[in-house]
Ligand binder design. Structure first.
Ligand SMILES: Cc1cc2nc3c(=O)[nH]c(=O)nc-3n(C[C@H](O)[C@H](O)[C@H](O)COP(=O)(O)OP(=O)(O)OC[C@H]3O[C@@H](n4cnc5c(N)ncnc54)[C@H](O)[C@@H]3O)c2cc1C
Length: 418
């Protein structure tokens, strides 16, 4: 991380130490480049999780009672780790991130038994985690999900498919979000109490659906990998299938019927970390651009001496600082007790991912032809950044979230003023 950024009041000495030590370790140990050159993304992902775990870095993804670094998840540490890793390797970043996101529902809402069973192994890099909510017909509109779970004595039976699942095919467990199938109860009894859920789940035919989060293992009967999905930048991704998949009822995460609350609260914690990863990619692009413009000579002078170059560099550096301010504002607010950081996290994610895309494009332009050569760090960044504007809520979804919070605030102020 930038040493000037680490002097901001958002950080403590432990954050500065994490940034310095992880940076030094990752530069030494993660030598594959921004995008792993390994032919097998699965093998590369497994290896990087094991390495991160053995070195102790995954302790930041679980709470202290289960071998973690902090009593509760420290969002600033998660952001620092993602920013630092993304600057060096996209695969190391997503591998770190998924250990946190995949186990996050258990950390935030799981029973002691579930925590004991999964979190220590996640923090040690011995179990790979996945978070499965998206479906082919339910991406941005998550409440439209069709995968169902129904209680059959002491088991839940899951039927349906999830797609775009990171770590799909290599995960040791998946937290799967399902529509709960049960006897019809009056709408008044089914209505979730959380206003955010009310907004996300429109009531149809007088009955508002309920959801459930369940932990599923690859060895559970009826679980299968339907398809492996190749992407622009290497990323273990799959469509997963549940056919009469039976899991014991003690694998429910949080309360039955509160699955959407579990999902939204988990995403609230991790969304700003996507902005942090984008920030790491943008910083690397600026590093590469600065090195190039300082060495490249044309028309008898260094590229850095042209004012058009300087205007571009100024824009890139300002976008990076603005992204960092939004990311670490959101993380700091959460670490300092804000119950929800929906608005702050949405702003951080939207701004930092969009800004990083522009910064990387600017870096590529400054590099000229070299920037599009396969394997150049900036060419790799150009591919790596794209998915961050989509996963964990697209830019357009963040815009809707931010606008709704701003407009609600205005309406409340107006009614308070009479
Ligand atoms: C690399 C990668 C990894 C992923 N990992 C996971 C994972 O681990 N687990 C998981 O559950 N999911 C994962 N996803 C899925 C991801 O969260 C979804 O792709 C995302 O939520 C968008 O859903 P969608 O692809 O169905 O697009 P859609 O929801 O169909 O959106 C298509 C377009 O419509 C826009 N749009 C949507 N609503 C509106 C609106 N109201 N107004 C205007 N425009 C709108 C969107 O912004 C987008 O531009 C991953 C995706 C990718 C690409």
């Amino acid at each position: 991380m930038d040493s000037a950024t680490l002097d901001w009041p958002f950080f403590s000495d432990s954050h500065r130490e994490l940034a310095a030590k992880l940076d030094e370790w990752a530069r030494r140990e993660i030598t594959d480049g921004i995008t792993s050159s390994s032919s097998s993304v699965d093998a590369a992902s497994r290896a990087v999780v094991r390495k991160l775990g053995a070195a102790g870095w995954l302790r930041y993804t679980v709470p202290a009672a289960y071998g973690g670094a902090h009593e509760k998840l420290d969002v600033r540490s998660l952001c620092i780790a993602r920013e630092t890793l993304a600057r060096i390797s996209g695969l190391a970043d997503i591998s770190f991130a998924m250990q946190g996101l995949g186990s996050g529902p258990i950390t935030l809402f799981g029973s002691d038994a579930l925590k004991e069973r999964y979190l220590r192994r996640v923090g040690a890099g011995e179990a790979i985690a996945a978070f499965a909510i998206s479906e082919t017909e339910a991406g941005s509109d998550i409440a439209a999900m069709q995968t169902t779970a129904r209680l059959d004595r002491n088991n839940y039976i899951i039927d349906g498919e999830k797609t775009w699942i990171s770590n799909g095919g290599i995960a040791d467990f998946y937290v799967v979000f399902c529509r709960l199938e049960s006897e019809k109860t009056p709408a008044s009894r089914r209505k979730p109490k959380d206003p955010e859920i009310d907004e996300a789940v429109p009531e149809a035919s007088g009955v508002r659906p309920q959801f459930i989060a369940l932990v599923v293992g690859p060895g559970d009967s009826g679980f299968s990998i339907a398809e492996r999905i190749e992407t622009l930048a290497p990323h273990p991704l799959a469509r997963i299938r549940f056919e009469n998949c039976r899991v014991p009822a003690d694998r429910v995460v949080g309360e039955s019927g509160q699955g959407l609350k579990v999902a939204l609260a988990t995403l609230d914690v991790f969304r700003s970390t996507v902005g942090a990863a984008a920030l790491g990619f943008a910083r690397r692009a600026l590093d590469e651009a600065l090195a190039h413009v300082s060495n490249r000579r044309l028309f008898g002078q260094a590229l850095r001496d042209f004012q058009l170059t300087q205007a571009r560099i100024a824009q890139m550096a300002t976008s990076i600082d603005a992204s960092a301010l939004l990311v670490y504002r959101a993380a700091w607010a959460r670490d300092n007790g804000a119950p929800r950081i929906t608005r702050e996290a949405a702003m951080a994610k939207m701004f930092a991912t969009e800004a990083a895309q522009r910064v990387i494009d600017d870096a590529l332009q400054l590099l000229g032809g070299r920037g599009v050569v396969a394997g150049h760090p900036v060419e790799q960044l150009y591919r790596e950044i794209r998915a961050l504007r989509i996963y964990e809520g697209t830019t357009e979804v963040q815009q809707l979230v931010i606008a709704s919070q701003v407009l609600d605030g205005y309406a409340k102020q107006e009614s308070a003023d009479g």
